[in-house]
Ligand binder design. Structure first.
Ligand code: FES
Length: 157
């Protein structure tokens, strides 16, 4: 009787456990981009106010374009230039003293507001006809604006 017993091949098995440890979990989420903001403009270096007038006048109208006995409204400059008598020019605010409309015409010897009917003298800005519901003494005249006439150009100094 053969009782030889063979047990397995005897090959040892080694489980190799590769322990790869990654220890760097650095998550830096610090990237934020904000909208670009333009820098504020630098303040002007010099204020020329009160410097004695260096000729920086603003042309308003050609004197030849101001009718005798009438006027021209330069609405963008807020001024009315009139010529009450030959060669005599006057400047007034173009903003009505009633409720602030810009005057719209110079006719019949007056500067006329379209809103409520005010009319002002082309000679001195006084109230010739007050706004509806007012008497002339309840309304202020148009303020006079200083103008200069150089050659054929009427300017604001
Ligand atoms: S705003 Fe000129 S008459 Fe009223």
């Amino acid at each position: 009787v053969d009782t030889t017993a063979t047990y397995g091949d005897g090959t040892p098995r080694r489980a190799v456990l590769a322990a790869g440890s990654v220890g760097t979990a650095a998550l830096l989420m610090g990237c934020a981009v904000y909208g670009r903001q333009p820098p504020p403009p630098p303040p002007p270096g010099g204020d020329t106010e009160g410097g004695g007038g260096d000729g920086e006048s603003t042309p308003v109208v050609a004197a030849a374009d101001v009718p005798l006995g009438g006027g021209v409204i330069a609405a963008d400059l807020g001024v009315v230039v009139t010529q009450p008598s030959d060669g005599q020019f006057r400047g007034f605010s173009a903003i009505c003293t009633h409720q602030g409309c810009t005057v719209a015409s110079v006719e019949g010897g007056t500067i006329n507001c379209p809103c409520h009917g005010s009319r002002f003298s082309i000679e001195d800005g006084s109230v010739v006809q007050a706004a509806q519901g007012l008497s002339p003494d309840q309304q202020s005249p148009l303020p006079e604006v200083g103008i200069t006439v150089d050659g054929d150009t009427v300017s604001l100094p």
